[in-house]
Design a protein around this ligand. Structure first.
Ligand code: A3P
Length: 320
């Protein structure tokens, strides 16, 4: 077996299990990781949180095809993935706004492993496999769980991270929009105990940051996109060997603005059954919204969690 599965016995999870509205959560650890070019000595990957559905798809995940002309966007959930995907897709597709508006981002940029957490009509691995090349692939997989072929092929990849307090708030509203029925306080505490999909959060971010000789990966942050979008776009254009005029880029900044993305149904996914009042996928889009949305106690809890999990001060800067 390539993965090791461990039940979650933490009383906080057990007490609040019914609030998740999901299949049972389970911790999954990759056992074959010697091909990952990571700088951390004696690295042993941590177990990450998924549902028991993972077991049914582990072979598909391991064997998933990876092509040299693929473009991947990877992140811990709620880090600005959709925003980065739309930017990358347009930059790589000659700023074809018409094509971007004609087809949902989920079709243009399939989510490789969504089958391991939610039941979907067609296996997400199958969907990604049948996507015409060059493919654009979204994934939240941690470094240790990428398909075997990823490290042989090393396709161009963007990794985007976001401040943990913003992620916590965004993840709560996102989960609430799906099945979650607990309070924000319970959610924040369980996030800090690593019981949300793809957690542990810090390890996810640090491990991508500590890869070595991976010039196929460009690192971005949500905050950088929020405050310096033109400089991020410039970096991404250079990374993909693309060049656009100022007036073309102005259209891109406009297309990527919060308001325009929020009004754009191809990127702002909505559950057709959700009442109009329900939170939208593209919700607030702020860099420091957590200051208003979390209590002082929740902020203290999350800050303390980061301090404990990231003793290395250089690495801690990733979470400022
Ligand atoms: P909030 O919930 O804080 O509003 P992901 O795509 O990884 O799930 O991330 C979703 C987060 O990115 C949401 O954060 C969403 O509003 C934000 N986002 C998406 N497009 C954005 C944009 N154009 N500008 C700012 N934030 C954006």
């Amino acid at each position: 077996m390539s993965f090791e599965y461990t039940e979650i016995t933490d009383p906080l999870y057990v007490e609040n299990k019914d609030h998740t509205g999901e299949d049972d959560f389970i911790m999954v650890r990759a056992k074959q990781y010697s091909n990952v070019p990571i700088k951390i000595s004696h690295w042993v990957p941590k177990a990450h949180c998924f549902t028991t559905m993972f077991k049914q798809h582990e072979q598909e995940l391991l064997e998933a095809e990876v092509y040299p002309d693929d473009v991947w966007v990877i992140s811990y959930p709620k880090s600005g993935t959709t925003w980065a995907q739309e930017m990358v897709w347009l930059i790589c597709n000659d700023l074809n706004f018409e094509a971007a508006r004609a087809d949902s981002l989920a079709t243009r940029f399939p989510f490789l492993e969504v089958s391991v957490i939610h039941s979907v009509p067609i296996s997400s691995f199958e969907k990604a496999k049948n996507t015409p090349r060059p493919r654009f692939i979204k994934s939240h997989l941690p470094v240790s769980m990428l398909p075997k072929r990823y490290w042989e092929v090393k396709p161009k990849t963007i990794y985007i991270r976001r401040n943990p307090k913003s992620v916590a708030v965004s993840y709560f509203y996102h989960s609430q929009g799906i099945h979650y029925r607990g309070s924000i306080d319970t959610f924040v505490r369980s996030f800090a105990r690593e019981h949300q999909f793809y957690s542990p959060y810090h390890a996810h971010v640090i491990e991508y940051h500590e890869l070595q000789d991976c010039d196929n990966i460009l690192h971005l942050s949500f905050e950088e996109m929020k405050h310096y979008l033109p400089s991020v776009v410039k970096k991404v254009c250079e990374f993909f060997g693309k060049s656009y005029s100022k007036s073309e880029l102005d259209l891109l900044y406009q297309h990527l603005s919060f308001k325009s993305m929020r009004d754009n149904p191809t990127v702002n996914y909505r559950n057709p059954n959700a009442p109009a009042s329900e939170e939208q996928f593209i919700r607030k889009g702020e860099a420091e919204g957590w200051k208003k949305e979390l209590t002082p106690e929740q902020i203290e809890l999350l800050d303390q969690w980061t301090k404990e999990n990231v003793p290395n001060l250089e690495q801690r800067k990733l979470f400022a």
